[in-house]
Design a protein around this ligand. Sequence first.
Ligand SMILES: *Cc1c(COP(=O)(O)O)cnc(C)c1O
Length: 404
Amino acid sequence: MSASVIDFVATEARFGAHNYEPIGVVLSRGEGVWVWDTEGNRYLDCLSAYSAVSQGHCHPKILAAMVEQAHRLTLTSRAFHNDQLAPFYEEIAALTGSHKVLPMNSGAEAVESAIKSVRKWGYEVKGVPDGHAEIIVCANNFHGRTLGIVGFSTDPDTRAHFGPFAPGFKIIPFGDAAALAEAITPNTVAFLVEPIQGEAGVILPPAGYFTEVRELCTTNNVMLVLDEIQTGLGRTGKLLAEQHEGIEADVTLLGKALSGGFYPVSAVLSNNDVLGTLRPGQHGSTFGGNPLACAVARAALRVLTEEGMIENAARQGARFLEGLKDIRANTIREVRGRGLMLAVELHPEAGRARHYCEALQGMGILAKDTHEQTIRIAPPLVITSDQVDWALERLASTLTQDFS
Ligand SMILES: *Cc1c(COP(=O)(O)O)cnc(C)c1O
């Protein structure tokens, strides 16, 4: 690391809370799948800011929409109407087939908003006695970092010494429909689940799981809330990951790529009366649904479909997965994923995934380890076949090294 890089890293460490452990690279520019560090080294971004920059870094059309809107009007609050919110609603509802939309900012806020909404629906529509609503979630979930959400996490790091936590959540294993059937009671208002568990290490459920989940939820009048904040908007090769399963959620959560990485924009989408239970004054956000956010999100959704990014994710994801499967390395325990949401899980004896990510950095690829043994690979959805092959060559030579 050069003196200036050491300086940036040291200054962050001196003034910042140490709640992250970044790879030692200081980025200053991005374009499409590429990012550059302060010394001009170029890297293929295989994290995409945890899938928020799916449309590629600094997409020119999203940038133009953002600049144009920033010149006109940025924030009105919801005390007044603005001329971007209605078209945003129309466009996202048409794209996703949803009936109602609640705009928020971060993903965690969308999750919190969904929890509040399904509880309210439970009391006012389903008839659950007040204060007794139960929400079922899965072990190894990741839904964000608020107090409400970490309270039902099973990751000791995210929970330890942050309690006491809110009651009303029941945890079952992911991918186990029988466990869901057993956990549902007359007071169950919702099942909150990721279609593919992202932060847990790109964990896919068994085939047919979501068909059974959908049936159980319908039969028991339980809202199926799919957290598609990471899987949604083309990441898995379909607009929504639920489409792989041939099901429809009652409530869908979007965030991350909803703004193409320009701005925090999230949304709760519902197919039914869940959001209809919210009345004036009962929920809100100063920035939620602001005209700048709406203009950015409209552009981010437009380029996703107009530029064929979802189809490209399916095509390049299949190529990437095949290529990873072809790598013959003793370090690899499993490769898995769907679309461009991929992961390489290493054997415990291979050493920490972090060391492989650092080696990849030296070869011009930025990827992020998760849970010690897993390297996740999620490049922007605009990646080309040549770039996939370029990455595969470097991954192959890194994964055949021994960092144990
Ligand atoms: C990232 C993520 C969130 C939280 O989003 P933030 O914008 O970081 O609050 C929630 N759910 C899933 C599945 C995510 O991947």
